[in-house]
Structure formats: structure tokens, C-alpha cells
Design a protein around this ligand. Structure first.
Ligand code: UDX
Length: 428
């Protein structure tokens, strides 16, 4: 099918590449001319495993092309809207880019009217699909669908090619059939429903995952007080098939572009309908206080951080991405500096963003180098390069052998044997 994808960020680019890999003829549209120029050369503006190679392949095959002007895609049967819906000042989702894209589609449609579907992939408040349908009501033959994405950064391409489910919200069976045709061959359960349900499925999924994490983080605080082990507890819980093992890892809190933004947007949406989502409110509160709780654990061992050197290992909000949005590392570095510590940080690819915010700290070429002379090392992101270290060598190089593991990812038995004092999140 002929498909246009508007917006070439994480979601748009991954969607465009995966659709092209699945045999569709795809046109990627972005307003940013320099980005389009790079994409045409096969250079992805984001780091995402496998994406560069896949992008080059579909460009070479002629299955994907990029433009700044939407009229280049005037023959498209399907228009995907994948633009950002950032958090507005009041916490609601800002729909400026999305509504701009809808109005552009309306203009293009009038140049070349035909049966087509406008698909909203961006995460939007319930009712947005309805609003967009209203805006396009004068466009003969145009249907509006909601088709939320569930892509995890770091494995976005695999998630797009092998999704856990495909959720399609439509208001007519013809549009449902066309969307089924688009995903023909992709093995995944389908949920075909109305637009509002599809929109809420997205927010509810992210809010629930965030809830699991905050639940475990709060439980980890109790586990620390009791001297129990949260990793063993999570395993024991996760073996219950009703609970399942995923998203039970306690740590320094969730970050990224989705959970923080989507949880506040859902709270706001509910508030507009006079519903207080009290559990979600607490989820956010636990997440906001988790970095400070984590630093308290460090301070129990090093009460005065003034003049102490701390190694911060991992800066991105999770491994395998260059994304530092809402990364717990940012809060932790700020707190450490406020307490008078000096910081040496390492991340395989996340340094450039963080160094703009914190030019005063030292960035090293390796995790081991960050630990040299440190009074403590904290693990913030479980990159392999931060987890697999020569512990005996690191032990020799540190001023004080203290490891505080914010992801429960260091081999605690091995590091204890190497002589370290090891503290995890909720670990005995
Ligand atoms: C998330 C959703 O998983 C995805 O479906 C959605 O479409 C976009 O938002 P993403 O933000 O890329 O994806 O990352 P994810 O793997 O979900 O992790 C989010 C945060 O939670 C990270 O900071 C991660 O470190 C943290 N996390 C995750 C935990 O602290 N514990 C866990 O058990 C799992």
C-alpha cells in the first residue's frame, strides 16, 4: 500500500522503516530539512539498535523516501500521524503539531481526493480521534483511525516488526478492513475497537506499567527496612502467571519520553472529567521521590558528601538508547552537586545531552575510569559497559570500595568477594 508517515522521530521513523520492510511504499515527511537530508543519506537522527542498517536497506530498495513537503505523498492511501505530543505547561498533551499535520492532510486531500485513512499513532487524549474526524468531515472518503504504538526505545524496531498486539480504533468496517490489510502478515493479536477505546488502551498500558514499577520501588524501601531481598521477592511474585515477571525491577525510578508524560496526561484527562486517579497520583509521587531515597542509602554510608568523588555510571533513561529525557541520572547529578560532591560520569552514548546541562562535571571514556579515585560508584543505567567490569581492578583504583547499585544489576556476590561494600535497591 502507499503510505505516508508524518514525523520522523522515534515513533515515525521506526514506523516508516518497519512498514517499508513489510512491503509497503512509504514516504516519510518531516518539516526539518536538515533531518530529511540526513535521512535520505541513510543517517538516522536517533540511536536505535538495528535502525541504521534497516533504513539503508529500505532506501536502497526504493521502498522509503523522505520529503519535507506533504504534497509529495498526495497519492498515499494511509497517512500516519507520528508527530510529538509534548507535555503542555498544565500537564495535558500539547496537540499543536498533531492538529497542524491534520490541516496539512486536509489540504493535500483536496489536491488529490481519494479513499484514505488518517491514522493517529501519536499518543493523544481520548477524544482526539473524534476531534480530528470533525476537522476532516468535509474531506470526502477520509476515515480516521487510532493505532497507538507500544514501542520501547532500545528495541523499537523489533517491537514494530513483532508487536505484542495491534490496536485499531475505527468508526467503520471498511477502514478496519483496510487497516487489517496494512498489517497483513504481521503476526500479532488484533484489538479492533472504536477510537476512544484505542486511545485509552495506550494511556492505560503505560500507566499500568509505571504503576508496577512504583509499586516495586516502594516495596523496595520496605524491603530495605526489613532486610529482605526485592529481587528474590520480584521473582517469587512474577512466577504467578496472573502477575508475570516483567516490569517488577526496583531501581532509581522510571524515566523516558513516555511514562512521565503519559501518566500526567492521563491524570489531567481524568481531572477534566472530575475523576481523581489517586493510585496514579501516588505512582508519580513515588517515582519523583525515588532518586532522593536512593541517595539517602548512599548517605547512610557517606554522610558528608562534601569533597567526595562519586562515579555515576549510566546517564540515559535506560540502556540501548541515547535518550536522556526525564532520566533519573539528571536528578541524581543535581543532588550530588548540591551536596558538594564532585562527579565523574560515564555513558556509552548519552554524554552529549547531559554535558550541556552539567558542563561542570567530568565525563570519562569508560566506567572503570569514572571509578578511579571515587569514594563511591553508583549505577544509574544498566548498560553492559557499566555492569561488566573487572571488579578487582576497580577495587584497587577506588578511594573507598563503596558500590550503590540503582538497578540491582551488578553481580553482588562477585563484587562482595572483590572486597566492596555493596548496597542495592531493596536488597538484603
Ligand atoms: C515505554 C513503553 O514500554 C512502551 O510500550 C511505550 O510505547 C513507550 O513507553 P520506553 O519508555 O521506551 O517504553 O521504555 P521502558 O522499557 O518501558 O522503560 C521505561 C522506564 O522504566 C525506564 O526508565 C526503565 O529503566 C524503567 N523500568 C522498566 C524500571 O525501572 N523497572 C522495570 O521493571 C522496567
Amino acid at each position: 500500500m502507499k503510505v505516508a508517515v508524518i514525523g520522523t522521530g522515534y515513533v515515525g521513523l521506526t514506523t516508516a522503516v518497519s512498514l517499508a520492510m513489510n512491503g509497503h511504499q512509504v514516504t516519510g515527511i518531516d518539516l526539518d530539512a536538515s533531518k530529511v537530508e540526513k535521512l535520505r543519506q541513510g543517517i538516522s537522527p536517533i540511536y536505535e539498535p538495528g535502525l541504521d542498517e534497516a533504513l539503508k536497506k529500505v532506501l536502497d530498495d526504493g521502498a522509503l523516501a523522505f520529503y519535507t513537503d506533504l504534497t509529495e505523498a498526495k497519492d498515499a492511501e494511509i497517512f500516519f500521524i507520528c508527530v510529538g505530543t509534548p507535555e503542555a505547561v498544565d500537564g495535558t498533551a500539547d496537540l499543536t503539531y498533531l492538529l497542524g499535520a491534520v490541516s496539512d492532510i486536509g489540504k493535500v486531500h483536496s489536491l488529490a481526493p481519494q479513499e484514505r485513512i488518517v491514522v493517529i499513532k501519536s499518543t493523544v487524549p481520548v477524544g482526539t480521534g473524534e476531534k480530528v474526524a470533525g476537522m476532516l468531515a468535509g474531506c470526502q472518503g477520509v476515515s480516521v483511525a487510532s493505532n497507538p504504538e507500544f514501542l520501547r526505545e532500545g528495541s523499537a524496531l523489533i517491537d514494530a516488526l513483532e508487536p505484542s498486539r495491534i490496536v485499531i480504533g475505527v468508526d467503520n468496517p471498511q477502514a478496519a478492513a483496510r487497516m487489517e490489510e496494512l498489517y497483513n502478515g504481521v503476526k500479532a493479536p488484533r484489538v479492533i475497537t472504536n477510537r476512544a477505546n484505542a486511545e485509552l488502551i495506550k494511556y492505560a498500558s503505560n500507566a499500568f506499567l509505571a504503576t508496577r514499577i512504583s509499586f516495586m520501588n516502594e516495596l523496595a524501601r520496605l524491603s530495605t527496612a526489613l532486610g529482605t531481598d526485592i529481587v528474590t521477592i520480584a521473582r517469587g511474585m512474577g512466577l504467578d502467571s496472573r502477575i508475570g515477571p516483567q516490569f517488577l525491577r526496583a531501581g532509581v525510578g522510571y524515566g523516558g519520553s513516555c511514562f512521565p508524560k503519559d501518566t500526567i496526561a492521563l491524570l489531567q484527562l481524568a481531572a477534566e472529567h472530575n475523576i481523581h486517579l489517586s493510585i496514579l497520583d501516588k505512582v508519580r509521587e513515588v517515582n519523583a521521590t525515588q532518586p532522593a531515597w536512593f541517595l539517602e542509602q548512599l548517605c547512610l554510608q557517606l554522610p558528608d558528601l562534601k569533597g567526595k568523588q562519586i562515579a555515576v555510571l549510566g546517564l540515559t533513561f535506560k540502556p540501548d538508547t541515547d535518550d536522556i529525557r526525564e532520566a533519573p541520572s539528571l536528578k541524581l547529578i543535581e543532588e550530588l552537586l548540591q551536596k558538594g560532591a564532585s562527579v565523574k560520569a560515564f555513558d556509552p552514548i548519552g554524554v552529549s545531552g547531559v554535558s550541556k546541562q552539567f558542563p561542570q562535571i567530568t565525563y570519562t571514556q569508560s566506567a572503570a575510569e569514572a571509578c578511579e579515585g571515587a569514594h563511591a560508584a553508583i549505577l544509574v543505567t544498566e548498560w553492559e559497559q557499566c555492569v561488566q567490569l573487572d571488579w578487582k581492578q576497580v577495587y584497587q583504583s577506588m578511594a573507598q570500595p563503596l558500590l550503590v547499585d540503582g538497578r540491582n544489576a551488578w553481580p553482588h556476590q562477585e563484587v562482595k568477594e572483590a572486597g566492596f561494600h555493596y548496597i542495592g535497591v531493596g536488597r538484603s
